[in-house]
Design a protein around this ligand. Structure first.
Ligand code: SF4
Length: 476
């Protein structure tokens, strides 16, 4: 069954890059490289599925497997909620050796029952992990039985870690939504301005940076999929007029299948950078008009864009001079490897390298579109090599996740967190201003000249080597 699902998601007609591949290449999937045992930590398919679904804030997310799997993914993304907090509770069946021998189905059913009785969630998502897939637990059957007996939707998410990469897990999460959630409820009301936003997880509150723009245009997000979502919103998402897939190929299969089933047109857009935000708003307005929204929506959108762009450019003007020409090493992965590139180009920064270690072929194609065939794409950079690059001054700032921050700090290079754990939101016009303000704050922080000066004890003797006579004197 999983095999069929994998074959289906790898054969995505909505993905133009995928269609250009040969049959053999398509079977290999979209991962940057095939997985090797032990190499999946922090980025397995289960992890990807959990990342994509956990932002449904009022649902319970139960991991069926050993506790280490839940520990691997729990709270690993800083997706913010405007209300419910149940998604922040880590639920796991915590399988041990005896469960592995005797099977974990009964334990799973008991866990679901306990969650439903104690916490009364609108739904429970159950995540299959490597161990429960290998021992052959019939998670789908347990979920079906639990849904019927307990009267609460229990959704199996069949994305065990060994199935593939994090990106594949995102796609499998989309399949779970299609198979079990979307279309199961009706919205209370509908309007010609209803949209879904797919692949936006409200990291550090980024969805909230673009929501006011929509509100000013009268556009309603029927379902955010899944940042700050409520279960009933996602279940009623099939009544939206347009789907916007944010910055990612990850949920394009979901968008394409929603178009097939419910005739909802979709487009891919980004909220990183001024030009991309404006382009996304324009496309959204055009598509909504084609689906029955009043024609003046486009006019109002253009007026909003003109006003917001003028405000954003005025706010960015003082930074442009300070940042233009500064060199950035962008060591992230996946969609951010290219979506942030266009935002940095807007203020004239130079990308000396953008990491593609977790990027799909589609992500790499986007980088080439933005930076040309000679785009400085870098793969995994060993810590030693990165240390050398930064000590040699090849970049003025490193933008990466928390794990590489220490390499930057050891070389006394400014560093900015760009990954999912970050606490600052960078979407839309306000997000772009915030990003530039943060980069400037890092680059021009007075701490750098201070710590780059020789230490007073070294300065007193000219160099560290000249301290030897002192040591000799002390021992005399
Ligand atoms: S699902 Fe598999 S690869 Fe992922 S964390 Fe659990 S054991 Fe590791």
């Amino acid at each position: 069954m999983l095999k069929d699902k994998l074959a289906k998601v790898f054969n995505e007609p909505g993905c133009s890059h995928n269609q250009e591949k040969s049959e053999k290449e398509r079977k290999r999937g979209c991962s940057a490289k095939s997985l090797t045992p032990g190499a999946a930590a922090g980025g397995c398919a289960f992890d990807g599925a959990k990342i994509a679904l956990q932002p449904i804030t009022d649902a319970a997310h139960l991991v069926h497997g050993p506790i280490a799997c839940e520990g691997n993914s729990w709270d690993s993304r800083n997706s913010a909620s405007s209300g419910p907090t149940l998604y922040r509770t880590g639920f796991t069946t915590d399988l041990g050796e005896l469960d592995i021998i005797h099977g974990g189905e009964k334990k799973l059913y008991r866990a679901i029952k306990e969650i439903v009785h104690e916490r009364h969630p609108p739904a429970v998502f159950v995540y299959v992990t490597c161990v429960t897939a290998l021992i052959g637990d019939d998670v789908e059957a347990v979920c079906r039985a639990a849904s019927e007996r307990l009267g609460t939707p229990v959704i199996p998410v069949n994305a065990p870690g060994f199935a593939g990469s994090k990106n594949l897990g995102n796609k499998l999460a989309g399949e779970a939504l299609l198979d079990h959630v979307i279309g199961t409820l009706e919205p209370e009301t509908t309007t010609p301005f209803d949209i879904n936003v797919l692949g936006e997880y409200n990291v550090a509150g980024e969805l909230w940076q673009v929501q006011p723009l929509f509100a000013r245009l009268g556009i309603r997000i029927l379902a955010p999929i899944t940042g700050d979502a409520r279960y009933h919103q996602v279940a009623a998402a099939h009544r939206a007029r347009v789907n916007m897939v944010v910055c990612s190929q990850a949920l394009v299969s979901l968008a394409r299948q929603m178009q097939e089933r419910w005739e909802i047109p979709y487009f891919e857009g980004s909220f990183y950078g001024i030009a991309d935000t404006s382009m996304s708003l324009r496309t959204l307005a055009r598509l909504l008009i084609s689906r029955g929204a009043p024609a003046d929506l486009l006019e109002r959108t253009e007026a909003l864009i003109a006003e917001e762009e003028a405000r954003a450019f005025a706010a960015l003007a003082p930074y442009r001079e300070r940042l233009a020409g500064k060199r950035v090493l962008l060591y992230t992965g996946g969609v951010k490897s290219w979506s942030v590139v266009s935002a940095l180009h807007e203020i004239g920064m130079v990308i000396v390298g953008t990491s593609v270690r977790k990027s799909t072929d589609e992500d790499k194609e986007r980088i080439r579109e933005l930076m040309g065939e000679d785009a400085p794409m870098v793969d995994q950079i060993p810590a030693k090599q990165m240390y050398k690059m930064l000590s040699d001054g090849e970049a003025d700032i490193l933008m990466s996740g928390g794990r590489t921050q220490f390499v930057a700090l050891k070389t006394k290079t400014p560093w900015l967190d760009i990954n999912q754990e970050r606490h600052h939101a960078y979407a839309g016009y306000d997000g772009m201003i915030e990003l530039v303000r943060r980069i400037d704050g890092e680059l021009n922080n007075p701490v750098w000249p201070e710590i780059r000066r020789p230490a007073p004890w070294d300065a007193a003797f000219g160099s560290a080597g000249e301290a030897e006579p002192v040591a000799a004197e002390m021992h005399a």
